[in-house]
Ligand binder design. Structure first.
Ligand code: HGY
Ligand code: MN
Ligand code: MN
Length: 433
């Protein structure tokens, strides 16, 4: 009798297990809901010219966040905002002792940016919860959807979570004109106790981020899913060029201390230094302002923003020191003074977890997708979270390789593919203890 009972029990549990595995395999994300939410999100933060402005901490950002939080609550997530302004949506698992599997991205954007950078990963993360709810799947691990604050301004929210934001970093002025600390408060965080948002190594089982590639490799090579192996480091410097403002009509050409002319030479020098090394490093002067800014006044002062990126942190500094040398000779020749101020909120290069790369590849291949293991030339919250937990990133193609532009676009089909790979990867990770 006992033997029969045992066989029935084994058969039944095997049946449940294989049933669960089958459900998991056949579960699909909802294409229509994904597309509809991407289009809806685009509405927030439009300025009078219709440009997308969900720059971190602005009204547009706050409206977009409020809209998303409402959707999270409707998906029965337990939503909180941590001290760094990160939005966290929790879903209970069967075993509360297991560490959470976390996934998400960011909603803020660059000035006049596109509607896919950060949005695909955020809306995709919420889609996972919707689909699990609809299919009545409860994972063993607790799940957390995390929407990081101010990713574009230096991965501020994830930097706080990894314990690397500093008092100096909070004083840094953000793209919206307020300091990082003031902005954090504006979105519901508390910069005075920001250390309370820190997660330590071991607190999270894994963090996964679905993101657009923001480059043209996947499209060019006709590959459906990118599997990120490493994310570049990013360092910024504020540059000030001090010359001497003077009358543009009466000052002879050989008696000028023209800050803008010196700046122009420095911009060329930056480009020459970066191109003088083999490798995939990049360097950009992305913003410039000349004072006083009149036709008939020789610019006396120029401020610029320098950014250098590479997978090697040391190489970034080597490139910077070469640029400093070029600046010194330009300053001497032009009678100007050139100073560099290193910005505290720098991102270090990070590698993703090999095991998670393999799980993403297996999930993508099981769904019949082509894959490519690749580096990310864009920075991401994942590189901060990689300091405290194993991370994985899934890329989908950016059409034309365009990003940080209103022309940024990814196909619905690719968003669906990426979100399905994210879902299957989460379900696979959930089976690990
Ligand atoms: O700048 C970046 O690489 C990212 O899109 N924040
Ligand atoms: Mn991004
Ligand atoms: Mn971006």
């Amino acid at each position: 009798m006992k033997k029969i009972f045992l066989c029935v029990l084994v058969f039944a549990s095997f049946n449940v297990f294989s049933q669960k595995a089958t459900i998991a395999k056949t579960v699909n994300v909802n294409q229509q809901r994904l597309q509809q939410r991407i289009s809806e999100l685009e509405k927030f933060g439009k300025d009078s010219t219709g440009k997308g402005y969900r720059i971190a901490y602005t009204k547009g950002d706050q409206q977009g966040r409020a809209w998303f939080i409402d959707l999270m609550k409707k998906a029965r997530l337990e939503v909180t905002i941590d001290y760094a302004g990160n939005i966290i949506g929790k879903r209970k698992g069967k075993n509360p002792l297991l560490k959470p599997i976390t996934f998400g991205s960011h909603l803020d954007m660059v000035p006049d940016g596109g509607n896919y950078d950060g949005c695909v990963g955020s809306i995709g993360a919420l889609e996972i919860i919707e689909v699990l709810n609809e299919n009545k799947i409860v994972t063993d691990h607790p799940l957390e959807v995390i929407i990081f604050s101010n990713e574009e301004g230096g991965t501020i929210g994830s930097m706080a979570m990894s314990g690397h934001i500093t008092a100096e970093g909070l004083k840094q002025v953000s793209q919206s004109g307020v300091t990082m600390g003031e902005g954090t408060r504006a979105i519901g965080g508390n910069p005075d106790s920001i250390q309370n948002s820190v997660r330590k190594k071991g607190d999270i089982k894994a963090f996964l981020e679905l993101h657009i590639e923001q480059g043209g490799i996947l499209e060019k090579e006709n590959i459906q899913i990118g599997v990120v192996e490493g994310i570049v480091g990013i360092i910024h410097w504020e540059i000030t060029v001090d010359g001497f403002a003077n009358h543009a009509g009466t000052t002879p050409m050989n008696m000028r201390q023209d800050a803008l002319l010196a700046s122009a030479k420095l911009i060329v020098a930056v480009n020459e230094v970066i191109n003088s090394y083999a490798g995939r490093q990049v360097g950009t002067i992305g913003k410039i302002a000349a004072q006083p800014g009149a036709y008939n006044v020789i610019p006396g002062k120029v401020t610029m923003g320098l950014e250098i990126r590479d997978l090697s942190y040391d190489k970034i500094w080597t490139l910077f020191h070469d640029i400093e040398k070029s600046a010194a000779s330009i300053a001497t020749a032009s009678g100007t003074t050139i100073t560099f101020i290193h910005q505290a909120n720098e991102s270090k290069p990070a590698l993703t977890a090999k095991t998670i790369q393999e799980t993403i590849v297996a999930s993508a291949k099981a769904l019949g997708f082509t894959t490519k293991v690749m580096q990310s030339g864009a920075g991401h919250d994942s590189q901060e979270i990689a300091l405290i937990a194993p991370v994985g990133m899934i890329f989908i193609p950016s059409i034309g390789g365009i990003s940080h532009s209103p022309k940024e676009f990814s196909k619905t089909r690719d968003m669906v593919n990426g979100t399905n790979v994210l879902l299957q990867t989460i379900l696979k990770l959930d089976k690990e203890q």
